[in-house]
Design a protein around this ligand. Structure first.
Ligand SMILES: [Zn+2]
Length: 170
C-alpha cells in the first residue's frame, strides 16, 4: 500500500511532515501548510480507519494543491498519542500531541471541491478510491446529527453537495 504522502503530486518528505493531535472532542482536521497537519482527538476516537483516511486525504490534497494554509492552533499543552495516524503517515517526523484549540478557517468553495477531487486521485494511487472519500463524508454527515461534526462542517461546503459531486466523479 502506498502511503498518502507518497501519492501526492509533490510528495511531502516524511521527515518534514508533522502531525499534531489536538485535544478537542469535535471532529476536525486541517492542513497548516509546509506538510503540517492537525487532527482532533474527536476525529481519531470516532472515525474508523477508512473514514480517517478519507478526511486526511482531503487535507493532504489541500497541501498538494498549494492552497494557502488557514489553520492555526491556539493555546498549549496536552499529551496523548494515536496509533492509527502512524499507519497513514509512516515515519512522519513527528506525530505529536499539541496543546490548544484548532482554528481552521474555511477555504473557498472551489478550493474545497478541488481538494475533494484531488483527494480521490490521491486515494486511487494508494489503492483506495472515491468510496473512501464518500464513506468519510457520509460518516461526518451522520455524526454531525449528534453535534459531533462541528469543526469540519463549519469550515466546509454543505456535505450533500460535496457527496453528490464526488459521486459524479469517475
Ligand atoms: Zn477542506
Amino acid at each position: 500500500m502506498v502511503p498518502l504522502l507518497q501519492a501526492m503530486d509533490r510528495p511531502c518528505r516524511v521527515d518534514q511532515t508533522r502531525v499534531g493531535i489536538i485535544n478537542q472532542s469535535e471532529i476536525n482536521a486541517a492542513n497548516a501548510g509546509n506538510c503540517e497537519f492537525y487532527v482532533t482527538l474527536g476525529l481519531l476516537r470516532r472515525a474508523n480507519d477508512n473514514q480517517l483516511r478519507g478526511v486526511l486525504a482531503h487535507e493532504v490534497a489541500h497541501q498538494d494543491l498549494g492552497h494557502i494554509a488557514k489553520a492555526q492552533v491556539l493555546g498549549a499543552g496536552i499529551n496523548i498519542l494515536a496509533a492509527g495516524l502512524q499507519q497513514l503517515f509512516p515515519g512522519a517526523a513527528s506525530v505529536a500531541p499539541v496543546a490548544g484549540e484548532l482554528v481552521a478557517r474555511g477555504y473557498g468553495r472551489s478550493e474545497e471541491y478541488a481538494a475533494d477531487k484531488h483527494a480521490v486521485d490521491i486515494l486511487s494511487r494508494t489503492g483506495y478510491g472515491k468510496d473512501t472519500m464518500l464513506d468519510a463524508l457520509t460518516w461526518i454527515r451522520r455524526t454531525s446529527g449528534s453535534g459531533g461534526g462541528g469543526g469540519f462542517l463549519s469550515t466546509h461546503p454543505a456535505l450533500d453537495d460535496r457527496i453528490a459531486t464526488i459521486q459524479r466523479l469517475r
